[in-house]
Every structure is written in structure tokens, then in C-alpha cells.
Design a protein around this ligand. Structure first.
Ligand code: SF4
Ligand code: SF4
Length: 715
């Protein structure tokens, strides 16, 4: 796992009157415990990974409280976990990255929302939208609408986030409906503090178990004919109850003077950006004191018609600040106003962006347009000048950079075991020609960037194999699908491999067996290496088994399977060559084995530091380039893509091109040397061993080597 949360776990134990300090997503974790949650689960993914990571690492404390923690195999199983709240007064919370995770969870979510809940059920969504996002740009809001689940979008400050978690459970129980809470990237990582309360012992827990199942009640099943009644219940009972709760508990905030020509309605999650924009216009201070009326929707669904009409009435216009598309909130406000015959003008996407992140600058531009039209009292001269200056600066910067800013694509970590697989593929393609590569979600997706530029499609997490099936049957050449071990267990095993075997597909599948769900923060999976010391430190030893990907595939009847050490590029090349050209008809699986380098370094560094402290021998491997031999054609850089392989000016005045150079970041994985060898590139790479605390034999050997090379060196 990417972090150990030792300090944060202490914060989870804070009691009444103490102050919690930290990031937003960890405040959510504390708020869950303050709310008497009985069980927690989820599937990792930025920006909410830390919620589950900290819970998993705090297993011991969770056991003390009687809270069950489930590291789910995917988001669908996390959503189904909430089924415990359908029949029992047990509060449950799950988390995942949205929109992708919500897509995976959709089936279970629909069923859960239809049946309804007795115990509060909260779904914490990492709304991965905007400039820092790593997924498709869609909104979770659509799911709230279609399944009639309340959706909270709290202001990004810790007291509000914590309050919304606590109110979220109560809202869920008041409306008998699961509640979703979306947290944008900045809300998850916002730093702040709040006055903590003591953790509540759960009503039902691992220490206070249920006596047995409830009396059979068909109405608790999302199965016809109960589903017909459940749909009516949603409209006639649950949503009205949710609206009442939102008003009674004042979940939404109204601020600023109410007498003004222009009002603003904003999603809670955008409140900080809105205040920053107003501050730049001189209409607010940093603490949110503002001269403009604002309705902040911490509950973005359902809207409460009386609250909307009450806020809009008497104003010339309202501007809805709503990020993403379609503009669900704006449409709903339009309907509410039309039905109530409120004549206030409605603006939103017409004055703001239709798609893309609502940064303070984007909002500032929209506010400027709205104020120009409706509130002449506001002097916009300084704002307009600032925006014009910004535009001019952008033009000037682009001109100075020759028309465009050079891209800086992300890449694999230094020494990543997945990089050699793509180096090998590049070499094989020289022989068999270009192949169609069905990509997947995971670190291996970094191969889509330069220098590899490998991958023709990405259809979702674990979907690489499934997405190659159609192409494979239409092409002369076998297609290659890529999948990580995280994706394999997430759903690739069933959606792709089982389907491929069933349909007698003839493709090639490469499974990156790096041992972890690396791209989401190196969480452990069922086939992670059994290294008890590290696993126990992470509280995960209990989830391990001896299950391997190889034994699973063997059990499913895969007839062609090879496990290859990734760093042996020549072996990987010959295995791929065989897979693409073998007469074997059927699925061919290459298991590319190599531990995630990030985890390996995390494991090795403290172990080596301990050895050094004890005065014991430690050997580090580094690679280097003999610049007298390097010809400067840089094929090694193009084929390996390692960030430690760079260039420097040649000392030899006859060499005009810079020579290749290995910088200090090298972790000694050996790929560059292997690639040079497999591609018959050049002999300029050398391998060096840096020995600390050398033995007498190391010293003697070094002395002998020195004498020998001195003797061989020409005078
Ligand atoms: S996290 Fe691990 S698997 Fe992912 S790029 Fe880094 S070294 Fe490779
Ligand atoms: S420079 Fe070579 S040996 Fe060092 S990390 Fe990069 S590929 Fe591995």
C-alpha cells in the first residue's frame, strides 16, 4: 500500500472536545465511526483510496469497536455489501471511485435503492472529474436520478463534510433510501480541522451480533411484484421524506443578503471556488462573507421546490453554478420555477462552460457575464482587466513556446516491471508486424504514452480481454489483450477470460502479475506475495490465500500458458513470438511476472537500512553507459523508456550528438542492458555493483580487478 497511516489511525480514536486535523477523506473515516457505522467496505481508487486503506490498516481498532471492514473485490460487491442494511438497523458505508466504480456497481445499486433500507446506507463517491481526473468525464448525479437516491455534495471544509456524513446516515434512515455523497478530488484532499466527537458503538456489530434473520418479508426483495410497489414508494413516500429531512435539518445553506437582483445557486462542492471568484471581484472575503445571495446545495438531489422558489422569488435572475454535463440541476430548477410560475430568469450553462472543470477562473468569467447583465451596481473594470491580462499572458506564453506547450506525459516508475513487456512487444512487432492491442485500466495503460504508444482501445477495468474478442475474430493476425492482476480479480477473469474460453477465442492475453493493485495505490489482492511482515503492518494478512493466477487459469482449462520473468526481455520476446505464431488454437496466456518496483523499493529500503546499521554487507546494482562506446543514436531510450535513461553532452569533441546517460534514479532493474542485448543494439551498457560494508573478499577482489585492468590498459 502506498502509505502507512500510523498517525491517522491515532486521529480516529479522538474523543469529545478534541480537535481532528487532517485531510477531507480521513475526516470522512472519523465521521463514519462517530455515526456508529457497523460495517465498511469498498474498492480502492483515487481520490477515495485513503478511506478504505486507513480502515484496513486500523483493523485492530475496528475489531475493538465491533466494526466489520471488507476489502471488496470490486465496486459491485461493495454495493451488494450494503444489503445488510435492507433488513437490519445496521449502518453501513462503502466507497469507490466514480464514475467508473458506480458503473460497475450499478446493478446492485438499483436493487438496493428499490428495496430500500432500514439501517442508514452511505456511499462515498470519489467524483473524479476535472483537470486531475483519470477516468471518463461523466457525472454520478445520473445514478442518483435514475435510482431515486439522495445525493450529497458537501462544501469542501471539514466541519461540513463531517456533518454531511452524520446527516447522511440519518437522511438514509428517514427516507429508507441509500444516500450517495460525492467528494471531488479537492474535497478529498482539502486540509482542515473539526471538533471531534466520541465514536459511537454500532447498534449491531461484530461484538453485538444479531440473533437471527428477520420474519420473512417479500417487500424487502427487489423482485416483482414488490418492485412495482417500491417504485411508487420512492415517489410517494421516500423522496418526500428526504425533502422534509433536507429542510428540517437545514442541509443546504443560504448566505448573503436576500434582496439583490442576482442570486447564485451552487453545488456545495464548488462553494470554495465560487467564493474565490467572488473574492476576486471584490464581492466576498476569504471567510465567505459575501454581498451576493447564495443558495449552497449540500444536498443536490432531491431539490426542495419550496426552497428553490423561495430563493428565486423577487430576484431578476439566478445563475446556477453546476459542474459537468448534462445540467441536471439547472433543468430541475427550470421545471420547479415554471410549475410555480416564478418569472425569475434562469441562467447556468449559457453563461458558464457546458463541459469541463469549474475552476475559480471559469466561474469568474460566468459571474462577470451575469453581473454585467443583471447587477449594474458592481464595478467590473478591474475584473475585466485581470481576465484580459490573463488571456494576453496565455497568448504570449504560447508564442514563446513556438505555438504549443510541450506535453509531459506520465510514465511508468523507474524500474517498473511492466515496461520490459512493452519493450519486448516493440521488438516482436519488428518480426510479426504491428498487432492490435486491447488495453485495460492499470499501470500498463502508461504504455499508451510515448515512447511505446501501444494500445488501440480501453473499455474499462478488467475489460481488456473482453474488448479484444470482436477484433480477434475479424483480423488476420491475433490480437493481444493486456490486463493487470488487479483487473484480473476485479472482473477480467469472468468478463474476458471465461467468455474467451467459452467462445473458443484464439487471442493472446498478457497478464501483468506485479502482485498488487498498483495503479490505485498498491493495495493487496488475493494473489499478493505472502510477505507477512509487511502484510501484517498493513493489517491485511487475513485476506491472503495461496491462490495464484496460474492455478486459477489451469482450473479453468487454459491450455497454453507461460510465466515469464519480465526483465528477461529475450525470453519475453521469444514467448510473444510463439504466442503470435503458434499453431495452437485457443487462448494463449502470458503471465508477465515482476513485482511492482514501487512496492519492492518500499520493502527493500528499510531492510537495507537495517543491514547497514548492523554493519552488514549490502549490494546495490546500478547500470551505466560507457560514453566512449555510445554512438548517440538513443535506440535504448526509445525502446526502454526509462526515466533514468537520459542524455548528456559527449566529452569527445568528434561526437556531435549527445550520448546516453544513466542518472542517479536508476534502481538497477537491468532492463536497459537486457534491451540492448535483445535488440542487438550496442555494447555500451555496463552493470556495476555498489558494495557497502564490504568483506575482506570484496576488497581483495577489487584490488585484483584494479591491478588487472591497469595491466591491460594501454600505456
Ligand atoms: S506503481 Fe508499480 S506497477 Fe505501477 S508503474 Fe510504478 S512500478 Fe510499475
Ligand atoms: S537505467 Fe536501466 S537499469 Fe536503471 S532503472 Fe532504468 S532501465 Fe533499469
Amino acid at each position: 500500500m502506498e502509505r502507512l497511516f500510523t498517525e491517522e489511525i491515532k486521529s480516529l480514536k479522538l474523543g469529545e472536545g478534541e480537535t481532528f486535523r487532517g485531510e477531507g477523506i480521513l475526516a470522512v473515516t472519523k465521521a463514519l465511526l462517530q455515526s456508529g457505522v457497523s460495517y465498511v467496505g469498498g474498492y480502492q481508487g483515487a481520490p477515495v483510496s485513503h478511506l478504505l486503506d486507513v480502515m484496513v490498516q486500523a483493523r485492530e481498532y475496528m475489531d475493538e469497536l465491533g466494526v466489520h471492514v471488507e476489502a471488496c473485490s470490486n465496486e459491485a460487491s461493495a454495493a451488494a455489501l450494503l444489503g445488510a442494511s435492507i433488513n437490519y438497523p445496521a449502518r453501513g458505508a462503502v466507497t469507490w471511485k466514480s464514475i467508473v466504480g458506480t458503473n460497475v456497481a450499478a446493478d446492485a445499486l438499483s436493487n438496493l435503492a428499490s428495496a430500500g433500507v432500514v439501517g442508514g446506507a452511505l456511499i462515498v463517491l470519489g467524483e473524479d472529474y476535472g483537470e486531475g481526473a483519470s477516468v471518463i468525464q461523466e457525472r454520478s448525479h445520473a445514478y442518483a436520478l435514475k435510482s431515486s437516491m439522495a445525493l450529497l455534495d458537501p462544501r469542501p471544509d471539514l466541519p461540513t463534510i463531517v456533518r454531511m456524513v452524520e446527516e447522511g446516515f440519518a437522511l438514509s434512515e428517514a427516507s429508507n433510501t441509500p444516500v450517495m455523497m460525492e467528494l471531488r478530488i479537492r474535497a478529498c484532499h482539502v486540509q482542515g480541522e473539526f471538533a471531534a466527537s466520541s465514536n459511537q458503538p454500532p447498534a449491531v456489530s461484530t461484538r453485538n451480533r444479531l440473533a437471527g434473520p428477520p420474519v420473512f418479508n417479500y417487500e424487502r426483495l427487489s423482485h416483482p411484484p414488490a418492485t412495482f410497489r417500491q417504485e411508487k414508494l420512492k415517489m410517494d413516500v421516500r423522496l418526500p421524506a428526504a425533502r422534509r429531512f433536507i429542510m428540517e435539518r437545514k442541509l443546504n445553506d443560504i448566505s448573503g443578503p436576500q434582496e439583490a437582483p442576482l442570486g447564485l445557486i451552487v453545488q456545495g462542492g464548488l462553494y470554495n471556488n465560487l467564493i474565490r471568484a467572488l473574492q476576486m471581484m471584490g464581492l466576498a472575503d476569504a471567510y465567505g462573507e459575501t454581498g451576493v445571495p447564495i443558495l449552497t446545495l449540500n444536498a443536490v438531489y432531491p431539490l426542495v421546490p419550496e426552497q428553490i422558489t423561495g430563493f428565486c422569488a423577487g430576484k431578476d435572475a439566478v445563475l446556477v453554478v453546476e459542474e459537468g454535463q448534462p445540467e441536471f440541476i439547472e433543468h430541475e430548477i427550470g421545471s420547479i420555477m415554471r410549475r410555480a410560475d416564478v418569472q425569475t430568469k434562469l441562467h447556468g450553462k449559457d453563461l458558464l462552460l457546458m463541459a469541463g472543470e469549474y475552476t475559480a477562473e471559469v466561474i469568474l468569467r460566468g459571474l462577470t457575464r451575469a453581473h454585467r447583465q443583471y447587477d449594474k451596481r458592481v464595478d467590473l473594470t478591474a475584473t475585466a482587466a485581470w481576465l484580459d491580462g490573463l488571456d494576453a499572458l496565455r497568448v504570449e506564453a504560447a508564442e514563446r513556446l513556438g505555438g504549443h506547450v510541450p506535453p509531459r506525459p506520465p510514465t511508468f516508475c523507474t524500474g517498473c516491471p511492466e515496461r520490459p513487456v512493452f519493450s519486448a512487444l516493440k521488438l516482436v512487432e519488428r518480426e510479426v508486424g504491428a498487432v492490435h492491442v486491447a488495453g485495460d485500466i492499470g499501470c500498463h495503460a502508461l504504455a499508451t504514452f510515448e515512447p511505446f504508444s501501444v494500445g488501440n482501445s480501453i473499455l474499462g477495468y478488467g475489460m481488456g480481454m473482453a474488448s479484444s474478442a470482436g477484433v480477434n475474430s475479424l483480423m488476420n493476425k491475433r490480437a493481444m489483450a493486456v490486463m493487470g492482476d488487479g483487473g484480473f480479480w476485479h472482473n477480467g477473469l469472468l468478463s474476458g477470460i471465461q467468455s474467451g474460453l467459452f467462445n473458443q477465442g484464439d487471442g493472446v492475453l498478457v497478464i501483468m502479475k506485479n502482485g498488487y493493485s498498483s495503479a490505485t495505490g498498491t493495495q493487496e489482492i488475493i494473489s499478493s506475495p505472502l510477505e507477512s511482515a509487511r502484510s501484517e503492518a498493513k493489517g491485511q494478512s487475513a485476506v491472503h490465500s495461496n491462490l495464484t493466477i496460474e492455478s486459477t487459469l489451469k482450473g479453468m482449462g487454459v491450455g497454453w500458458m507461460r510465466t515469464v520473468n519480465n526483465y528477461k526481455v529475450a525470453d519475453m520476446v521469444s514467448t510473444m513470438r510463439e504466442a503470435f505464431t503458434s499453431p495452437f488454437q485457443g487462448l494463449k496466456v502470458i503471465i508477465a511476472e515482476g513485482e511492482c518496483q514501487l512496492e519492492r523499493q518500499r520493502r527493500l529500503k528499510p531492510a537495507n537500512a537495517k543491514l547497514l546499521k548492523e554493519g552488514k554487507r549490502v549490494v546495490r546494482v546500478r547500470y551505466g553507459i560507457d560514453e566512449a562506446v555510445c554512438s548517440g543514436d538513443h535506440s535504448c531510450i526509445r525502446l526502454s523508456g526509462c526515466p533514468s535513461l537520459t542524455v548528456k553532452d559527449a566529452k569527445d569533441p568528434l561526437k556531435v550528438d549527445p550520448v546516453a546517460h544513466v542518472n542517479n534514479g536508476c534502481v538497477g532493474c537491468g532492463l536497459c542492458g537486457e534491451v540492448a542485448h535483445a535488440a542487438v543494439l550496442c555494447p555500451s551498457f555496463y552493470r556495476a555493483e555498489i558494495v557497502q560494508n564490504p568483506t575482506w573478499w570484496d576488497r581483495a577482489r577489487d584490488k585484483m580487478a584494479g591491478l588487472l585492468t591497469g595491466w591491460l590498459r594501454p600505456a
